[in-house]
Design a protein around this ligand. Sequence first.
Ligand SMILES: [Mg+2]
Length: 219
Amino acid sequence: MIDWKNIDTALLDMDGTLLDLAYDNWFWLQHVPAEYAKANNIAPEQSLEIIRDWINRHHGTLNWYCLDFWSDELKLNIAELKRQTGDRIALRPGALEFLRALKSSGRRVVMATNAHRDALSVKLDRSGIGEYFDELVSSHDYGVAKEDQGFWTALQQQHPFAPQQTLFIDDSLPVLHSAHQYGIGHLASILHPDSSQPKRSHTNPYPAIDLWLDVLPHE
Ligand SMILES: [Mg+2]
């Protein structure tokens, strides 16, 4: 499924790819609405409706991934809420074995995430995956989300890579489309980003990784 002999660089998404998206979905669709209801003394249903509406308005933009933006909008300390609930952050099954094998294969490993630096640091602390990466890149460093071509141009400038020898794995289809448009040669999606939801049906044009063990790199 992955043409390892022609790949020297792996760019990896974090949430929904290496980490279970169940945490983020719980956080935004249950925990934040509950905290917002408490802080504003409104009914939980009303709070959920407000938060859903805001999510729909900002999804896929850099604002959506920006803890400062949400903290300002909601008057809740989102980074602090993430820290308080960090024990729910979990790796997807086999992700650590994949990272270990990837690192020891000698390939360059770069995280490319839309997560805000504050969220990234909580997640690295909790998951311990930071040590497997040569570089950790947040799209907030560049001011453009991965959905935007500007992200790939900025990444190329800061950490040059050969697109045809590069693999990019992400659970988001708009992000994969953006990487494809930029010319990344090897792309893969994720079949089961959120363990609290059923597996996705595989209808996108990119190979879908189910078990990490099936795609371990060889030297
Ligand atoms: Mg993701």
